[in-house]
Design a protein. Structure first.
Length: 459
């Protein structure tokens, strides 16, 4: 049976077994029209509610999610192939994002600006209906990146999950109603990108689109939104560097490197897929990192000991295979044979910086190791890409850490660490990695319009 189905439905396959998990109706343009009308009516009442009441309902939503973490995690394993440990974290992250956003509702305040002849105040008002188009690589957390702050700021949300991973989104919508979130305020419309997705982007009743996905599709969405001057937040591709200087703790850097690009089977825009190592430490680093890559446990996502699961689909598997050509030298780990979309952990050591595997986003468990001579060349190689999402650098020299962090054109950097995403700090990219920032203390304001009001006090 092929992955394709009639346009009226979506087939959800288990990536580890290729078994059919579910068949889900696909939303049409008429469905989007109806959902926007319902959302607009619900949003007006939600915006008029007392901030404390909105915050209370969001906290209740978080509590209900907390009570269903295991159920949501198992759904994520079945539709996305994530390891059970990662899936539990993802469900818990939805809970945490809702809690964090709820805390911002009553602090979403404007300003009083000194002026002559009166007083001037600003109000942060909700935009209206928000369209969130979520990806398949992290279906739950990234949906919540848009959902939680948008609701907290007084908006309604229509979520279109990726075609391959609609199940957790649908369940979250049910849990929202169970928690008392008003009907139609948060709706989920599974569907095809060129139908439901386009309809959401083009709809005049949708005030903003939040999209996470490929740079190619992000550009198309941005162009369509431009016609209506519609706001967008775009979190797009990445080809993030992992810069290892000779003065670093090489054992620690090598031990951390594998999961910096193998987490979620490499299907992560922040994956550190270009490992740049100072030449004087290059050979020693390879001696340390090669066995670490080969030791990564790949297998059954439901086994707590598994570190890496399958890729999402046959299409993605074929794409990843195309990057690792026979002329390249590579260190490989192991992966199951038989059904499922499996690809082994792979570290390419024979690539040039201009090779596609070193230049383009693979979105799979593949990284390249490239040498550099000095700090200047490290920065040049790190910036030699159209992307600028994330990255790491390893050094014991704090001055160097600060200099290189300022010089690398990326939105999220970590020193002696591979941490990119925290819900209480801003996240977003430079260059073609995206537009705008999500998460962090300003997350709610990204879903508001600033209104300025001057009140004359002159007689």
């Amino acid at each position: 049976m092929s992955d394709a189905l009639a346009p009226s439905h979506l087939r959800v396959l288990n990536p580890a077994t290729e078994e059919l998990v579910a068949v889900v109706p696909a939303a049409t343009r008429d469905d989007v029209d109806a959902a926007v009308a319902r959302a607009a009516a619900a949003q007006r009442a939600w915006a008029a509610a007392a901030p404390a009441d909105r915050a209370r309902l969001l906290r209740r939503f978080a509590a209900v999610v907390d009570g269903h973490v295991e159920e949501l995690a198992l759904l994520e394993v079945s539709e996305a192939g994530h390891t059970i440990g990662n899936a539990r974290w993802e469900a818990g992250n939805v809970r945490d994002l809702l809690e964090f956003a709820a805390g911002g509702v009553e602090r979403l305040s404007g300003r009083q600006i000194p002026v002559a002849g009166g007083i001037d105040v600003t109000f942060l008002e909700p935009l209206g209906v928000i369209g969130v188009i979520a990806p398949w690589n992290f279906p739950m957390p990234i949906a919540a990146w848009g959902l939680a702050p948008a609701l907290a700021a007084g908006n309604a949300v229509i979520l279109k999950p990726a075609e391959t991973t609609p199940l957790t989104a649908l369940r979250l919508a049910e849990l929202a109603l169970e928690a008392g979130i008003p009907e139609h305020l948060f709706q989920v419309l599974p569907g095809h990108g060129d139908t439901a997705g386009d309809a959401l982007v083009e709809h005049p009743g949708v005030a903003k689109i939040v999209f996470t996905g490929s740079t190619r599709v992000g550009k198309q969405i941005m162009a369509k939104c431009a016609d209506r001057v519609k706001r967008v937040t775009l979190e797009l591709g990445g080809k993030s560097p992992n810069i290892v200087f000779a003065d670093a703790d090489l054992e620690a850097a090598a031990a951390a490197a594998p999961m910096s690009f193998l987490d979620n089977s490499g299907q992560d825009c922040c994956a550190r897929t270009r490992i740049l190592v100072q030449r004087s430490a290059y050979d020693r680093f390879l001696e340390l990192v090669a066995p670490a890559v080969q030791a990564v446990a790949v297998g059954d996502p439901l086994d707590d000991k598994t570190q890496m699961g399958p890729l999402i689909s046959r299409v993605q598997l074929d794409r990843v295979r195309s990057f690792v050509t026979d002329d390249l030298t590579a260190v490989r780990g192991s992966a199951p044979e038989g059904p499922g979309f499996w690809y082994p952990p792979t570290l390419v050591t024979g690539a040039a910086p201009s090779d596609p595997v070193a230049r383009d986003e693979v979105f799979g468990p593949v990284a390249v190791v490239l040498p550099f001579e000095d700090e200047e060349e490290a920065v040049r190689l790190a910036n030699a890409t159209e992307y600028g999402l994330s990255g790491s650098l390893w050094t014991r020299d704090i001055g160097r850490a600060l200099r290189v962090s300022r010089a690398v054109a990326a939105g999220n950097l970590s020193v002696n660490s591979h941490s990119s995403v925290r819900y209480w700090t801003p996240f977003g990219g430079y260059k073609q990695s995206g537009l705008g920032r999500e998460l962090g203390p300003d997350a709610l304001t990204a879903f508001t319009e600033t209104k300025n009001v001057f009140i004359s006090t002159e007689a």
